[in-house]
Design a protein around this ligand. Structure first.
Ligand SMILES: [Zn+2]
Length: 263
């Protein structure tokens, strides 16, 4: 037994993988074959060795942009259910062969909708692939369990809907309306005395437990009745807030109608 484990020992040791990208580990040969099958023509070469070097070079180029650019191509060939399923199956097999017994693999389904697949179809194809790959690995003597992390990217939301100024104004007004109406309702409820017991309780706890807080403080001896009477004098009407909230809500509705008409 050596102190430093050999590569073979490391391979055979059971491992847990908590962060891996499905589109970051596609076999070079698979990229080429899928490109051929799906009519993807943006690869620089059709030679497997060249393709492998081309991917490896980007990893060592020291440029994040160049590194990320390669993902355009792996994602580019993952646009059909068969292609996605194959990539996922091979991912499970490759990880299992490296001694990974549990893996959490992430992917943004939205990346595979360029040719009209729905998000559900993409996810189904992935799950199907991971199941097949894990079964295949088991037949080869490696047991692996793969979990999928689905990523969503903020920049893709509503990308086709022209999320314009009008809609943003509408959302802004709506948020303002909700906050004002919410605050108005809270004030109304508070004015009915809904929080008196809670407030009185908190005040009592404070005076009981904070040394010095009670000295010379009339509220120390305050009863529930006097607490209520004191609070009642300070109450403000919620009408202003509720009215303002309704105005914002009306404005937001008008903007939404304008947005829908113009879309
Ligand atoms: Zn990552």
């Amino acid at each position: 037994m050596h102190d430093v484990p050999t590569l073979d020992q490391i391979r055979r040791a059971p491992k847990v993988l908590l962060h891996d990208h499905l589109d970051g580990g596609v076999r070079p040969r698979t990229v080429l074959e899928l490109a051929e099958q799906t009519g993807y023509d943006a690869l620089p070469t059709s030679d497997v060795d060249e393709t492998e070097k081309w991917f490896a070079a980007a990893c060592e180029a020291g440029s994040l942009e160049e590194y990320l650019e390669r993902f355009v191509h792996t994602v580019g060939v993952m646009q059909t259910p068969d292609a996605i399923s194959r990539v996922a199956a091979e991912c499970a097999e490759d990880l299992a062969a490296d001694g990974v017994v549990y893996a959490e693999v992430r992917y943004a389904p939205e990346l595979s909708t360029q040719r009209g697949l729905s998000l559900d179809e993409v996810v189904e194809a992935m799950l199907d692939g991971f199941r097949r790959g894990a079964a295949e690995a088991e037949r080869a003597g490696h047991r692996i369990r793969v979990g999928v992390l689905l990523c969503a990217m903020v920049i893709f939301i509503n990308r086709d809907q022209g999320y314009g100024l009008l809609r943003q104004l509408c959302d802004g007004c709506f948020v303002a309306a909700v906050l004002l109406l919410g605050a108005g309702v809270l004030r109304y409820v508070a004015n009915q005395g809904a929080f008196d017991v809670l407030g009185y309780g908190l005040q009592s706890v404070f005076h009981l437990h904070v040394p010095g807080a009670s000295i010379g403080n009339a509220r120390d001896q305050e009863t529930m009745e006097t607490y209520r009477a004191r609070k009642a004098k300070k109450r403000k009407s919620p009408a202003g807030m509720l009215f303002a909230g309704l105005v914002w809500l009306a404005l937001s509705t008008v903007l939404l109608i304008l947005f829908e008409v113009s879309a």
